[in-house]
Design a protein around this ligand. Structure first.
Ligand SMILES: [Zn+2]
Length: 385
């Protein structure tokens, strides 16, 4: 049925969405809490809760509020499932969550994602079906799939925008291709944006309407939240912090420019810098491990990376005035070795009022931030559209 604008039906649907959103936001509110947070009358809330409970989307359980008996409303666990798929540079992670925002199954496997989109999507399909089976569910139960890729997604065409960053996916319309293979609606975003969404929904950026998530792994990217929403920009390339120019004559970047921030802080460039000390094949995770164990060249490289990212974050603070910057990715695991020089650089370079307002903290979701963000993306679309 198509709801006419302004009709009773569309009003009721809008009110239903407000109630569901209120339940989703606070977990298990009472009907009085819902009336307060939505501004709807208690009678309207009561009617909507009754309808949605009958429809299997909400469940009501007895509780007490202020010593009086009350009814707590929550999302029904079996009301539908969301799937999150995160393609990292060397791994694939899939998680299944319910509409109450609980993760019920999750698995990760090594994968060279850049090699081939077809192979990557086939692996995601197998992993998803296996997890659904283990949860006693089928694809029919899935309301949507969130898909994270480690490269820019063109907001206009929906294709993966760069052939140098993710060669096996260049020109592929990831959402359409994945939806065809997986048989459910698919929503695609890049990994840093989904990390931001994950930390905003469940982690260190929760409660901050203006925040940034900085992902430092083999490359450097950022997800930017303005006024409580992810900011993509009209072309989908907002947040490419790693390609801020720090030095016109600096090292050649994979994007084709020189002296980008990423060439001073991305793991692939740090590995090159540390080749004389540690030989070939140094991963970002290994650099962090060595730095934490006291290895002098690695400590220096991580500390310098923090200073350079801090210079970029200082510009970000001057431009957008966020209250929280969350640092994630493999290099983010270095903790204070990375974050202290970063905070110092922000204090030195940002306008004092911007620097004093922002707190720079490590992510709390670790390498699950992106896949949880992919789940959050599905829930956002399911409840807000
Ligand atoms: Zn660059």
């Amino acid at each position: 049925m198509v709801a006419m604008p302004g009709s009773q039906t569309s009003l009721r649907e809008a009110n239903q969405r407000r109630v569901i959103e209120a339940v989703r936001e606070s977990g298990a509110p009472t009907q009085a809490d819902i009336a307060r947070s939505t501004g709807l009358s208690r009678a309207t809330v009561s009617n909507i809760v009754r309808e949605l409970t009958a429809g299997g989307l909400l469940v009501v359980t007895p509780t007490s509020a202020g010593g009086r008996r009350a009814r707590a409303v929550s999302l029904a666990p079996g009301a539908g499932l969301a799937v999150g798929v995160d393609f990292g540079h060397s791994h694939l992670r899939v998680a299944i969550g319910n509409l109450a925002r609980e993760v019920i199954a999750e698995r990760v496997m090594p994968l060279d994602v850049g090699a081939s989109a077809a192979d990557g999507l086939s692996a995601a399909e197998r992993l998803m079906d296996g997890l659904l089976a283990s949860a006693g569910a089928t694809r029919e139960d899935v309301v949507g799939i969130g898909l994270g890729v480690p490269g820019p997604v063109d907001a206009v065409t929906g294709t993966i925008g760069s052939s140098t960053i993710l060669p096996g996916w260049a020109g592929i319309h990831a959402a359409d291709e994945a939806a065809r293979r997986l048989g459910r609606p698919v929503h695609v975003d890049n990994d840093a944006n989904l990390g931001a969404l994950g930390e905003m929904t469940w982690g260190a950026a929760h409660g901050h309407a203006d925040a940034a998530y900085i992902k430092i792994s083999s490359g450097v990217g950022a997800g930017i939240v303005i006024g409580g929403r992810l900011y993509h920009g009209p072309g989908g390339t907002a947040g490419e912090l790693g390609h801020l120019t720090l030095d016109e004559r600096g090292p050649m970047c994979r994007c084709g420019n020189r002296g980008c921030l990423e060439t001073y802080a991305g793991g692939r460039y740090l590995a090159e810098l540390l080749r004389h000390a540690h030989g070939d094949g140094l991963t970002t995770a290994r650099i962090v491990e060595l730095a934490l164990a006291g290895d002098a060249p690695c400590r220096r490289a991580v500390g310098d990376a923090g200073r350079y990212v801090g210079a970029g974050v200082a510009s970000l603070c001057n431009l957008l005035n966020p209250t929280r910057v969350v640092v994630g990715g493999d290099l983010g695991r270095a903790g204070a070795l990375l974050l202290d020089p970063m905070a110092e650089a922000v204090r030195r370079s940002a306008i004092a009022s911007a620097a004093s307002l922002v707190s720079i903290v490590p992510g709390v979701l670790g390498d699950r931030a992106e896949v949880l963000g992919a789940l959050a993306l599905v829930l956002q679309v399911a409840f807000n559209s």
